[in-house]
Design a protein around this ligand. Structure first.
Ligand code: MG
Length: 341
């Protein structure tokens, strides 16, 4: 098993503004695993509000591979699963292992997990960061021409009404909102949620700070909107205590360490009768195509990363008529991955 690492910087087409701040790019580390003539790719995406860096990811993965002498994929999985830190690095290697395994066994990742890929895929959102009307117009037009049918609008508590009014002046498509913990307390949330329901909003993601999970019980059930946990739900072990606070969870490979735990999280959420959204941290086609294999098990997807960046070195999943269309992952020729560590 040969491991190679490629640090890279994904550039956003437009500056991406949310309640945490604004960013123009995202550092990533691509992981390439080669074995028996096959190549499995993985991706660690590193938004600045998370603790991992290209250096920490590279150090973790080089040390992990140095300490494993076996060439068996199952041995690599077994050694990786107990890891409880460096979650983006873990996710990248877990992803590469699943992608390699699917080639070695000549099955899709969905087939390996027993997922019926003939099932209709759920609708997938296109994310609009906090934007001016002009910026929003460009993004809405671009998303609709790319095949998106629903939107996820980022709110930050400051100009929420204006954002939704602007969106409604441009489109009558359905939308979700993601507040990224931006509302102050449950009373503010109740007022805004009632108003959003009148605007035909589909769902609200993380309205309050993750420290205020207990207030979510006061919000739920006050209207028709479903509440999804994102920042409040990182890992499998978080889900049980969120039952009663949220209706659903947003699962991201970078939060939970990869496909292995993400799949267990879906099963757990369903067991608790909770809804599931498969999201991303604006990964490129490697992360989003891998995560897309879980989509038939979800209520919604938010795997729009490849559509938000202009220098994706790979191609894979696409959106067609609002839903994910799975394509195999391919490295684009002439790409910039020319420097491995
Ligand atoms: Mg979110």
């Amino acid at each position: 098993m040969k491991l190679s690492l490629y640090p890279y910087q994904l550039q956003f087409k437009y500056p991406f503004r949310i309640a945490h701040g604004v960013r123009t790019h995202t550092d990533v580390v691509y992981v390439k695993l080669e074995h028996e003539g096959f190549t499995g790719w993985g991706e660690a995406t590193l938004p600045p509000y998370l603790p991992e860096t290209q250096k920490s990811v590279s150090e973790f993965l080089l040390s992990f591979s140095k300490n494993i002498s076996s060439n068996s994929i199952n041995d690599w999985f077994a050694k990786l699963q107990p890891v409880q830190s460096n979650m983006s690095a873990k996710a990248a290697l877990d992803m590469a292992l699943w992608n390699l395994k699917s080639q070695l066994e000549n099955k899709t990742l969905g087939e390996l997990l027993g997922i019926d890929e003939e099932r209709e895929f759920p609708l997938g959102t296109y994310t609009i960061g906090v934007s001016s009307l002009d910026e929003m117009k460009t993004k809405v037009e671009e998303a609709i021409s790319a095949g998106f049918e629903i939107f996820k609008i980022k709110l930050n508590g400051e100009n929420d009404e204006e954002m939704i009014r602007n969106f409604r002046s441009l489109s009558d498509k359905k939308f979700a909102v993601d507040v990224n913990q931006g509302w102050g307390d449950w009373e503010e949330a109740c007022i805004k949620i009632k108003w959003l329901a009148d605007e035909q909003c589909l769902l609200v993601e993380q309205p309050l700070s993750k420290e205020r999970n207990n207030e979510m019980g006061l919000i739920r059930g006050k209207g028709p909107l479903t509440m999804y946990a994102d920042e409040s739900c990182q890992r499998l072990s978080d889900i049980e205590k969120l039952k009663g606070c949220f209706d659903g969870i947003n699962i991201k490979l970078m939060k939970c360490g990869g496909i292995t735990e993400a799949y267990q999280m879906i099963l757990k959420a369903r067991e608790l009768d909770m809804k599931v959204l498969i999201g991303c941290m604006s990964e490129s086609s490697v992360g989003c195509t891998t995560a897309a294999h879980l989509a038939p098990l979800a209520d919604y997807t938010d795997l729009d990363g490849p559509y938000l960046i202009w220098n994706d070195p790979f191609t894979g999943m696409k959106i067609k008529e609002g839903r994910i269309k799975l394509n195999s992952l391919k490295e684009l020729s002439g790409n910039l991955l020319n420097q491995s560590l």
